[in-house]
Design a protein around this ligand. Structure first.
Ligand SMILES: Nc1ncnc2c1ncn2[C@@H]1O[C@H](COP(=O)(O)OP(=O)(O)OP(=O)(O)O)[C@@H](O)[C@H]1O
Ligand SMILES: [Mg+2]
Length: 415
């Protein structure tokens, strides 16, 4: 089966809308992409609604023009430091005489797992079952049809601040698009760049964008830990501005043109001509010094990754290591630095399995956008997201209707 799905990645530096046909096999045929610089966002969170609406509208219009579709609904990525996650267990007794576990029992167990006390200003974004325990036997992926007295489900629950979520929803809706579902950005990126084998073996997805570093750890095929750290590529650029006294656009240019995450002493260090903060004045910058500044920020991010692995409570190895994606994954030798500091395998993840207008987006900054499409195909309800002649249809319920959403989570994740 193949569905037309839209993903909108509202990032700190860019908004990227992608219209695609997604097959059950995961192949993604890109019909149109609308890319615009982002505005009104700070570290993954909307801070100026009007600017955000403008940027999203521009991106959506571009994608519509290219694809010839009118976009009615979309899967939208969510991030920001307001996100937090926890693992929660739900337990139910199987009371029927035959003790055979049904989907309904799983739904009850998931509901029980959700009965965690949430502060009033927080909202649940995902409840993801990741493993089941039947009569004490751990690691069961699909208990339906098994017999048992006691069913436990381990779930991963992602929550965010109501206001931050509402501002994102409002920005997208005012740009004329209804939301099929909000998807935590690292979970979306994981869909684009991780294999099932990575997740089975144990892997950490790290998406370093402009404003945030988004993390998801998968163990034994299931999601174990997610987190959003408010540090990203903009910090590298700002460091160059402060230390080298150079304007922001020059600093960004130097980073993209000459940057490396390792500032080895170069035998014949080159000097790079650059603007200073004084109009018309030039300076000569050492290539080595430039990279040393970038290295110290890169090292800080690696330390944060290490803390996050420890904080996740998972003390085993991550045999599949780290898969690095997002715009900053393109900083040369960042993967090498992480490998050296943490002593685990690291690879740069790019979205694969794309056809159609795919040239522009088969690179790390588009992992979230592409992943939203796969997430939509995998977990979204059967829906008529788009109709070709311009009438966009809403699927029932939608974001905001809590009851519908709980029902849809259960539909999404039940084995
Ligand atoms: N070749 C490169 N070397 C170093 N940095 C790069 C390179 N290419 C892109 N970047 C940086 O990547 C960042 C943008 O990444 P990305 O497009 O993934 O961010 P985003 O999705 O808009 O932001 P976020 O996910 O944090 O909200 C910018 O800071 C940019 O400078
Ligand atoms: Mg991003």
């Amino acid at each position: 089966m193949q569905r037309t799905i839209v993903g909108i990645d509202v990032g700190t530096t860019k908004v990227c809308t992608i219209v695609a046909q997604v097959k059950d096999s995961g192949r993604v045929n890109i019909l149109g992409v609308g890319l615009t610089p982002s505005k009104g966002l700070d570290r993954g969170v909307v801070v100026n609604i009007d600017d955000a609406i403008n940027a999203i509208s521009n991106s959506v219009e571009k994608a519509e023009r290219l694809s010839g579709y009118r976009i009615g609904t979309a899967f939208v990525g969510v991030a920001g430091r307001h996100i937090s996650s926890l693992n929660s267990r739900g337990v139910v007794a199987i009371g029927r005489p035959d003790h055979e576990i049904t989907r309904n029992d799983i739904a009850r167990a998931v509901e029980a797992a959700q009965a965690v006390a949430l502060p009033t200003q927080r909202e649940v974004i995902h409840v993801i079952p990741r493993a089941y325990v039947v009569d004490g036997h751990e690691g069961i992926r699909d208990p339906v049809g098994m017999s048992g007295y006691r069913l436990e489900v381990e779930t991963h629950i992602v929550t965010g601040e109501v206001m931050a979520i509402q501002n994102l929803i409002k920005s997208v809706q005012r740009a004329g698009v209804e939301i099929d579902d909000l998807v935590l950005q690292p979970l979306a990126s994981g869909e684009a760049v991780l294999t099932e084998e990575d997740k089975d073996r144990g892997v950490m997805l790290v998406d370093i964008g402009g404003g945030t570093t988004d993390i998801a750890i998968f163990i034994q095929g299931g999601i174990w830990h997610t987190s959003v750290i408010p540090v990203g590529g903009n910090h590298f650029t700002n460091d160059l501005v402060y230390v080298l006294h150079t304007p922001h656009n020059t600093a960004e240019y130097l980073k993209l043109r000459y940057g490396s995450a390792i500032g080895d002493d170069m035998q014949d260090d080159t000097l790079i001509e650059a603007d200073t903060l004084m109009a018309g004045e030039q300076q000569k910058i050492s290539h080595t010094v430039l990279n040393q500044i970038l290295q110290s920020r890169a090292e800080q991010i690696v330390e944060l990754l290490y803390n996050e692995i420890r904080r996740s409570g998972y003390d085993g190895l991550l045999p599949a290591g780290i898969v690095l994606t997002g715009g900053c994954a393109q900083l040369p030798r960042f993967d090498e630095l992480i490998r050296e500091m943490l002593g685990i395998p690291v690879r740069v993840g790019v979205p694969t399995g794309l056809t159609g207008l795919a040239d522009a987006i088969d690179s790390p900054p588009y992992a979230t956008g592409v992943g939203l499409l796969r997430w939509g195909a995998r977990h979204g309800q059967a829906m008529a997201t788009l109709t070709q002649s311009g009438t966009a249809e809403r699927n029932g319920g939608g974001w905001g209707n809590a009851y519908e959403r709980v029902k849809s989570w259960l539909r999404e994740f039940l084995p």
